[in-house]
Structure formats: structure tokens, C-alpha cells
Design a protein around this ligand. Structure first.
Ligand code: ATP
Length: 358
């Protein structure tokens, strides 16, 4: 039996108001094609517009409304451009991830057959720990782990805890088990011996329960080299917060473009679709943005809902969405970042057409 979902829509800043509606349009088309119940969408304020209207980039009513939903689509934010004091606060995605303890940031990098990948054949997933590590603004209960004792001294704390590593490692091993059964741990345990050393060691301990998954590990600096040269040899990569953020931008570009790099942020009970890229202010408002990352992220949310609710129709919609995007790209409809000339709206229409054509 099909299940009906209510999902939040948060446009965000920069290219957000272009790519988020594009994702909504193709999710609707994919659900219709799969015979899934239509999604009920709820628009919620976030970002610069929310600061103007409600005095907060993530107004309390947005957080309260999200708590009632089955999931949501989060557009990118340009928090570096917010007026003070908003610029100094934890940014909107950090706020939402922290509020709902969305500890797992799953970031696939998959090259399209007819795409412009630097390493064709790339098909990997980065599992990024989302709640602590070296992003000091989100690993404290109160206050921030980054501070300045004097105008010329700045200090940042990095935090790694066993429970946080255990849960992200389990996510990564479970995913590896469903994919190619290979897991790579990324750390810097030759220098950050205790923190990233603990990350590596706990991942290895968790791995003893997954004898069917082959494990290796690399230092973050070596890993950047391996990704540029041979990204096609990796399957699942697990790493801490900041390394995962940087590595997934690199992996997205290696697979073709940051504009096709999706992600989902999840806990055991909640999930948020969010493109891996930022708000791209340099191209905002010009119909040039690639909506694929946001579309694929929304497809990941459908897959997550399908698994959570044992709902094959949502799973079918997710699979159709991915195939529809592949068909559009194969048909030569590519935005500028992919080496083409299509606009955001043209690519969106091509994906919707492919979905309607089945
Ligand atoms: P953040 O720190 O918020 O993730 P960022 O500094 O990593 O942001 P982005 O906003 O992701 O920067 O942009 C990096 C580059 O990638 C820019 O040149 C931008 O135009 C390009 N870019 C990002 N997303 C897209 C997209 N969806 N389509 C086309 N180009 C994009």
C-alpha cells in the first residue's frame, strides 16, 4: 500500500530558489510515474529571507514545523553574507543538523555515463560524521569550541568521541555491505594521533562485526591524491566532519561537477535532503545552476522514506528519478558546469519529460 508523505521545502539563498523548486517538480513527476501517493509540500522560511521576515535565519517556527514532517528539502545558504549578528551564529544547516542530531551525512559521487567526469567510472559514497570533529561550532553543548583569548590568538577545539564514531561507522559498514563491500577510513592519525587515531581505531573495531567488508585506511592528504587519480577504485569512505566536507567537494568535481553531488543528512528517525554544494552566489538568479544535486538528494530522501516505511512505491519513484536524470544527461541536456548550454529550467523540463515518458 502506498504511503503519503508531507515534506518541507526550504528554499534558502543564492541558487536555492532555482534548484529547490526544480527538485520538487521532478519528485512530483517521479511519484506520479511510480503510482506513489502525491507528496504534500510545506514551504518554510529559512536563510536571508527569513532574517528579513522573522529576524532569524532558522526561525523557531521552522524548527517546530520540521519536527512534525516526514522529511524535508533544504536549499543552500549563503550565511557568510548575512548581516551581523546572524553571520557569527551557527549556519542554518549546522543549526538544523544539530537540533535534530542528523549525525550521518551521506554524500555519493557518481559519474554519469555521458557526463564530464575527471575520473569516469567514479561511483563512491562518502559517509561523513556530522556532529563533531574539527568543526568547533557544532560539537559543544553550550558556547562554541572556537574562541579568541586575545585579538591575535584564535583557538579551535576538535572533538571525537567513541559513541559518535561507533554510530557513523555502523552506518558506513551497513552501506558498504549493501554496495561493493569495501570501506576506506580516512584520518590523519600520524599527526592528530589521539583524535583521528581514535576515529580510525573505533571504525576498525566496529568493522570486526562486518567480516564480509574489506577495510583499508588512508591519511586525508594521501586520500586527495588517490581520489584525483583513481576515484573509480573506491566504494564507501568514512571520515570525520571537516575531512568529509572537503573530500566530498573534491569527489563531486571528480565525478563531473559539484552541481551533481547530492547528499542526505540522517538520524535513525529523520532525514533531510541537501545538495553537497553551497549557494553559488556567483551564478544565482541567472538560470544557470545545475539542479541535479538537489534532485538526486531528493531521490535519496525518497529512498530513505522507502526503507523506513517499507514502501516500494517510494523506492520506485527514487529509482525512476535517477533514471530520468540519467536519460536527460544522456540526451545531451547539460548545464554549463557539465560542459553544456542548458539552463536550469531546460534541464528540469527534460528530466520531467523523461519521467512522464517512463
Ligand atoms: P559552501 O561553503 O556553502 O558549501 P562553497 O564555498 O563550497 O559553499 P559553492 O557555493 O558550492 O561554494 O560554489 C563553488 C563553485 O561551484 C562556484 O563556482 C559555483 O558557481 C559552483 N557551483 C556550486 N553549485 C553549483 C550548481 N548547482 N550548479 C553550477 N555550479 C555550481
Amino acid at each position: 500500500m502506498a504511503t503519503s508523505y508531507t515534506l518541507g521545502v526550504l528554499h534558502g539563498d543564492g541558487i536555492g530558489p532555482e534548484i529547490v523548486p526544480a527538485a520538487v517538480e521532478v519528485v512530483d513527476a517521479a511519484c506520479a510515474a511510480a503510482g506513489a501517493d502525491p507528496i504534500s509540500w510545506v514551504e518554510l522560511p529559512l536563510g536571508a529571507a527569513a532574517i528579513e521576515e522573522h529576524g532569524d535565519a532558522v526561525p523557531p517556527q521552522t524548527l517546530a514545523a520540521l519536527a512534525e514532517l516526514d522529511g524535508w528539502l533544504l536549499g543552500p545558504h549563503d550565511s557568510a553574507a548575512y548581516p551581523q549578528p546572524h553571520r557569527s551564529k551557527l549556519n542554518p544547516s549546522g543549526t538544523i543538523r544539530k537540533h535534530f542530531d542528523l549525525f550521518a551525512n551521506i554524500r555519493p559521487a557518481k559519474a554519469f555515463e555521458a557526463g564530464n567526469a575527471i575520473v569516469p567510472g567514479t561511483d563512491l559514497v562518502i559517509v561523513r560524521e556530522n556532529t563533531q570533529g574539527f568543526y568547533a561550532d557544532r560539537s559543544t553543548y553550550a558556547g562554541t569550541g572556537e574562541f579568541m583569548p586575545s585579538p591575535d590568538v584564535a583557538v579551535a577545539l576538535g572533538i571525537i568521541t567513541r559513541p559518535a564514531v561507533e554510530r557513523i561507522a555502523r552506518e558506513a559498514f551497513e552501506l558498504a555491505r549493501r554496495r561493493g563491500k569495501r570501506l576506506t577510513i580516512v584520518h590523519k592519525a600520524n599527526v592528530l594521533k589521539m583524535t583521528t587515531g581514535l576515529f580510525r581505531d573505533v571504525c576498525r573495531e566496529v568493522g570486526t562485526a562486518y567480516p564480509d567488508v574489506t577495510v583499508d585506511d588512508f591519511h586525508i592528504d594521501a586520500m586527495t591524491v588517490h581520489l584525483v587519480r583513481r576515484a573509480d577504485r573506491f566504494d564507501v569512505i568514512v571520515t570525520e566532519n571537516m575531512f568529509g566536507d572537503i573530500l566530498s567537494d573534491l569527489a563531486g568535481e571528480v565525478a563531473g561537477s559539484l552541481g551533481i553531488a547530492p547528499s542526505i543528512n540522517a538520524s535513525d528517525t529523520r532525514a533531510m535532503a541537501q545538495a553537497a554544494h553551497g549557494s553559488a552566489p556567483d551564478i544565482a538568479g541567472r538560470n544557470l545552476a545545475n539542479p541535479i544535486a538537489m534532485m538526486l538528494s531528493s531521490g535519496m530522501l525518497l529512498s530513505w522514506l522507502a526503507a523506513k516505511h517499507d514502501d516500494p512505491a517510494a523506492g520506485d519513484a527514487a529509482a525512476r528519478l535517477e533514471r530520468g536524470i540519467e536519460a536527460a544527461v544522456r540526451g545531451g541536456v547539460r548545464t554549463r558546469d557539465m560542459g553544456g548550454t542548458a539552463t536550469t529550467t531546460e534541464l528540469t523540463a527534460a528530466v520531467a519529460d523523461a519521467l512522464r515518458a517512463g
